[in-house]
Design a protein around this ligand. Structure first.
Ligand SMILES: CC(C)(COP(=O)(O)OP(=O)(O)OC[C@H]1O[C@@H](n2cnc3c(N)ncnc32)[C@H](O)[C@@H]1OP(=O)(O)O)[C@@H](O)C(=O)NCCC(=O)NCCS
Length: 183
């Protein structure tokens, strides 16, 4: 599956992406803004694990952001369950040499379209650390609404930080009664 985003694309992760993944993901400026599950240093073994986990999946939830030549970032969904089954947390990162060109904003818009129209989700959300306003700006530009400040919500690199929560709700499904869709 490929989704064009300007001169770039979202596509599935595949064997052969590992070297580019290490080249771009092994970056403290990326790691400092992500959950601790994102490794640092980012090794070839980490890249192999990520590609193995994500390639050839029936349900694609993690896309590579890619040029024609290589993967340069990632946008993915964490699918919840139970009463939250219509919403998903979205995460993203981009290789530092490509920052500031609107690529992640385009990737996030494409992911929202995929999440709402292909996966049938109703809500996407993400929270960024207080020291990372660029991520909030990406969400604003992608149409997300600021919802709240989660005070002292996270600890990263030994520092406690607030998180700023943004969400995008598919308008036609907001507040809809699920039973109305049952036969
Ligand atoms: C945050 C990140 C995804 C942005 O990607 P990007 O492709 O550069 O984003 P875009 O170019 O689409 O938009 C960035 C916006 O942030 C703005 N921005 C950059 N630094 C900023 C800062 N310190 N304060 C406020 N806005 C800032 C840019 O000016 C731009 O807005 P504009 O178009 O209105 O000028 C990228 O820097 C990254 O991968 N960071 C590390 C991982 C990360 O933070 N992931 C998100 C975790 S919640």
């Amino acid at each position: 599956m490929e989704i064009p985003i300007g001169g770039y694309k979202l596509r599935e992760w595949r064997s052969g992406d590992e070297a580019a993944l290490v080249k771009h993901a092994d970056n403290r400026n990326i790691w400092i803004n992500l959950r601790d599950q994102f490794p640092h240093p980012y090794t070839m073994a980490d890249a192999e694990d990520w590609v193995r986990l994500n390639r050839n999946r029936d349900l694609v939830t993690n896309f590579a952001i890619a040029t024609g030549e290589e993967a340069i970032g990632s946008v993915g969904l964490l699918l919840p369950a139970h009463v939250h089954r219509h919403s998903a947390e979205v995460g993203y990162w981009l290789a530092e040499p490509y920052w500031g060109r609107g690529i992640t904003t385009a990737a996030l818009k494409a992911m929202a379209d995929y999440a709402f129209n292909t996966l049938g989700l109703a809500r996407l959300y993400a929270a960024h650390f207080a020291w990372n306003p660029a991520s909030g700006r990406v969400m604003q530009k992608a149409g997300f609404t600021y919802e709240s400040r989660l005070r002292s919500a996270a600890v990263k690199d030994g520092k406690t930080t607030d998180e700023l929560l943004y969400a995008l709700v598919r308008p036609e499904t907001a507040q809809k009664d699920e039973r109305a869709r049952s036969p």
